[in-house]
Design a protein around this ligand. Structure first.
Ligand SMILES: NC(=O)c1ccc[n+]([C@@H]2O[C@H](COP(=O)([O-])OP(=O)(O)OC[C@H]3O[C@@H](n4cnc5c(N)ncnc54)[C@H](O)[C@@H]3O)[C@@H](O)[C@H]2O)c1
Length: 307
């Protein structure tokens, strides 16, 4: 298979690239920058470019791809609310340009990395949420992800572009930067290893579905190579509060995290845990890395890394 990974130098993208390279597919990465934490696998072709460069992307995609895996996001949940206009312009309009190019050059499938953590919004008392659950994002980032999901469906109906949207829960693991305001588990682990306090917004009861990055990469791989279309959750289906994560970190590192408590943030939903049975039924995917094992691997990487 000839695969193009947009944003393939990033955290999730680099693991997705590893998966496809490991399975001997022909992989091209398109990104603004090379990988930050390692040298990319020698087998890939790397093209430097901006997602907003329609001409450049058109030229690249005209060379023919069986699948385009879209891992670019120009915003985070927090930053998206600071400028929804930028979020729409760069992520929604930017993706529409990619869809047009994919239709023009008959790309077999577009795989979009959506967000299970933001599209559903506040799920109230629900235990696990399936794809059929009501959606009500609390941030522009979630609105943009949902907009793209809807456009993908429109493009499939009207123009025949096949797609999969993967609503990914809270990924963590190697090559997730602990120096940005995203990815609580990796940030908490890093700061504890460095004897720095961790910041928690709220009382620590915020509950998330943490999923190891290798399991996400395998989900993306299976969703790409199998003849499936539509929207799928990707999560471990286990809810852990930030307080429980601190306890796990203590267990794995032998250090007691010190916490700076901050007021809660309006865009943090209290709880989100995903039901990924639809993806399991369609592809056989299930997460295979326990939280403890994933956390140990992440801790080893953080200790070795020159951050
Ligand atoms: N990390 C998470 O918690 C999470 C959760 C759910 C969904 N997602 C989604 O998965 C995707 C990948 O996330 P990630 O955590 O790997 O992000 P990341 O920031 O690590 O990677 C994104 C990559 O996109 C590249 N990029 C950004 N703007 C670009 C542009 N204008 N042109 C070309 N390349 C550009 C960056 O250089 C980077 O390599 C994103 O769409 C994100 O919204 C992430």
């Amino acid at each position: 298979m000839r695969v193009l990974v947009l944003g393939g130098s990033g955290f999730l993208g680099s693991h997705i690239v590893d998966r496809f390279v490991g399975e001997r597919h022909d992989v091209t990465v398109y990104d603004l920058f090379p990988e930050r934490f390692r040298k990319s696998p020698a087998a890939i072709k790397f093209v430097t470019g901006d997602f907003g460069n329609v001409g450049g992307l058109d030229k690249l995609i005209s060379t023919g791809f069986d699948a385009v895996i879209h891992c670019v996001s120009t915003t985070t949940p927090k930053s998206s609310n600071e400028s929804p206009e930028f979020d729409i312009q760069s992520n929604v309009i930017g993706t529409l340009n990619v869809l047009d190019i994919c239709v023009r050059h008959r790309v077999g499938k577009l795989v979009f990395l959506s967000s299970g953590g933001t599209v559903y919004g506040d799920i109230g008392d629900a235990d696990l949420v399936a794809e059929t659950h009501a959606v009500r994002p609390m941030c522009s980032y979630g609105v943009s992800k949902l907009s793209v999901e809807h456009y993908l469906d429109v493009y499939k109906q009207l123009r025949g572009l096949d797609y999969v949207s993967l609503r990914i829960a809270n990924p963590y693991g190697e090559r997730q930067s602990p120096l940005v305001a995203l990815g609580a588990l990796t940030v908490f682990l890093y700061r504890t290893l460095k004897n720095q306090p961790v910041e928690i917004w709220g009382d620590g009861s915020v509950t998330r579905d943490f999923i190891y990055v290798g399991d996400v990469a395998r989900a993306v791989y299976l969703a790409t190579i199998n003849p499936i279309s539509g929207v799928f959750n990707v999560g471990a289906g286990v809810g852990l509060s930030l307080r429980q994560i601190l306890a796990e970190i203590k267990h794995v590192t032998g250090r007691d995290p010190s916490v700076t408590w901050q007021p809660s943030r309006t865009f943090d939903v209290p709880r989100i845990v995903l039901n990924a049975q639809k993806l399991t039924a369609a592809t056989g995917w299930t997460p295979s890395t326990t939280l403890r094992e994933g956390m140990k691997r992440t801790a080893i990487w953080l200790q070795k890394s020159d951050l």
